[in-house]
Ligand binder design. Sequence first.
Ligand SMILES: [Zn+2]
Length: 339
Amino acid sequence: MKFKYANDIEGNIIDVASLSNETLDRKISKFYTLHTNAELIPRLGKIKVKHFALKNKKDHTDNYETYLHLAGKHIIYNDLKIKLSNNIPWFLTLTEKSRCERMKSLDIFCEGKTIRNINLTEYFDDVYLESRHGDFIPDILLINRNTGAHIYIEVAVTHKSSTNKLKSNNRILEVSVANEADLNHCLRLGERDYLTNQSQYNFRLKTHSTYTCTDFCKDDNEVSALVVYESGKSYFKGIDINESFENELKDLQRNTNKIVAEHLPRGYEVFEFVYQNSLDRLVTKAREKGFSIKHCYSCRYHAKSMHSGVFCKFLKKRGSGNMAVSCEYFKEKTTDNNV
Ligand SMILES: [Zn+2]
């Protein structure tokens, strides 16, 4: 059994990588396992990777999971303790929602994700290891002594936090550790933007409103809009998302406020069928909104074709969708869910 981490005589966690034969005084320094307190010998040779080995083979236990669990929580606890007392940031990284409102007037929102780093040493002033808190004994309790606000940090080796703990509304940051290499995630847990090997429970996540986004609203993408007039006629228009987008939109909205729109699926803008499908959805959307639209796409005699415009199966002719406005044979198609 080899170990990367051990306790020194004062109970500090020592990474074997920090030791060297040149600086280590073997007469003074003693090392012990984190989980059974058995004595360890640091092996710092050049050939094998540095490690701690049991001094007595008889001290061998198969309780490796306990070792990982203990090592994990001591690493995090020590890290927090040092950073709290020295006012060094220790970050909780949350993945939150962002909602881009650039196209609010078209009822389109781009939902995205945003990373938020919260410096916990600003909000909490004390940390406890395996200390009772209410009905629970969290591995690590981070607490603000004045307000009582707190976060549990749990190290999950074989099993996740108990359902009771998760359902308790206590905020829980849980790190999973499956092997010694994963202890690195405990060391790095408080780094900015660090989200590896962790789960978060009961945090109240914010939705951030933005006006720009790097998702749909970036240049080279497009919105398709269907502008509906009182007459029942409608015009389909693709609007490039660029610096003149807002002005173009204003021009459209000057004539009518009956506009339905959607983002065009990215990357497929070159295909005619993408526009046709978009138009189809927008005609449906306009009808759902109660706009006075009359369009061949909502007529039962309309045939889908790969060509521009529409084909009327009744009159056997091609034309524009606005033929429906003055067509005596126009017959609203029934939708599937309208039986
Ligand atoms: Zn956007």
